[in-house]
Ligand binder design. Structure first.
Ligand code: NAD
Ligand code: MLT
Length: 309
């Protein structure tokens, strides 16, 4: 029997070639399927490969008669019903390391952008203006950076912030004093990070504990003029509360790469909020990261299809 690997999102060919060369394996690329097309295509799939776009719901898993593995080319598995997959004996594998640097560097690009309003200044110049006084930024030197979530990406952001001579506060339930000292940062609680930060960046998964972790109450306790970045998951920052905080000037500028609803709805109030910079979930979008996650997840899937440990 020929094994079918269904590819539902854009995944680098370098990874897919690893599956294509396997004996008795057919790689079927169907990017951008509707839900009903996915339900039909997945019926006879042995493996399903996705990024963050395709929602692998209980209905999708139930429609699949032969599915053995769902491969996620990236970190977050929040678009996959992992509990239901486990119940059905379907293994879920991800590629946790391949896009760490890409996401950390994008976070830094956004931190620099909220410090210096770069995209907003670009838009102004393109509109024929020359308003230098409107874009007076701040320096990173000596400022306090609060990092919520000191895992792979949070750690890489901290290392880069040290080069900019920032004071770094890290909050993560698993961060030890020893590790913090090793990284040259200060381990704090959540409230202290939020209260003392001049710049705040979140790097946690989206869970029931982190949904709206940064809400109106958190904004109220922040310094006036704080700058905020979310390159982790939409929903960690309450978007309605963020818009209000930007409107009243409590937050001087913010940058979001991820959103409560993706793609961002055309009528989203985020588009009207002042000093808000938006990118369309680009954290992992580098040539290097996409190759690495594709290769890593393809190798995992190949092992599982070959019944290897
Ligand atoms: P990771 O698992 O290495 O780190 C996550 C950290 O968050 C862990 O150390 C964990 O202890 C901590 N954490 C969990 N709950 C917390 C809480 N309530 N408060 C504080 N800390 C908490 O993951 P990672 O690889 O660093 O990825 C971080 C996030 O970035 C994930 O949500 C991932 O999906 C996202 N991500 C986004 C992009 C993008 O394209 N924008 C790219 C890669 C990863
Ligand atoms: C991830 O969790 O890996 C990122 O959101 C990147 C992606 O989905 O491509």
């Amino acid at each position: 029997m020929v094994l079918k690997v269904l590819v539902a999102d854009d995944i680098s060919m370098l990874g897919l070639q690893k599956l294509d060369v396997l004996a008795n394996t057919e790689v079927v690329i169907r990017v951008g399927m509707t839900e009903s097309e996915l339900l039909e295509e997945v019926k006879d799939a042995d493996a399903l490969l996705v990024r963050s776009q395709t929602q692998v719901t209980a209905a999708v898993l139930d429609a699949a008669r032969r599915l053995r593995v769902v491969g996620r080319a990236g970190v977050g598995v929040d678009n996959i019903d992992v509990a239901h997959a486990t119940k059905k004996g379907v293994i879920v594998v991800n590629a946790p390391d391949g896009n760490t640097i890409a996401a950390a560097e994008h976070t830094f690009a956004l931190l620099m952008s909220v410090a210096r309003y770069i995209p907003l200044a670009h838009r102004s110049v393109m509109a024929g203006e020359w308003k230098r006084k409107n874009f007076i930024g701040v320096e990173l030197l000596g400022k306090t950076l609060g990092i919520i979530g000191m895992g792979r990406i949070g750690t890489e952001v901290a290392l880069r912030a040290r080069a900019f001579k920032m004071k770094i506060l890290g909050y993560d339930p698993f961060l030890t004093e020893e590790r913090a000292a090793e990284l040259g940062i200060v381990k704090t609680d959540l409230e202290t990070s939020i209260r003392q930060a001049d710049f705040l960046t979140v790097h946690t998964p989206l869970t029931k504990d982190t949904r709206h972790l940064i809400n109106s109450e958190a904004f109220a306790s922040m310094k006036k003029g704080v700058r905020i970045v979310n390159c982790a998951r939409g929903g960690i920052i309450d978007e309605v509360a963020l818009c209000a905080a930007l409107e009243e000037g409590k937050v001087a500028a913010a940058a979001l790469d991820v959103f409560e609803n993706e793609p961002l709805p055309a009528d989203s109030p985020l588009k009207e909020a002042p000093n808000l910079i938006l990118t369309p979930h680009l954290g992992a979008s580098t040539v290097e990261a996409q190759e690495q996650v594709a290769i890593s997840v393809a190798e995992e899937v190949a092992h599982i299809l070959a019944d290897e440990p």
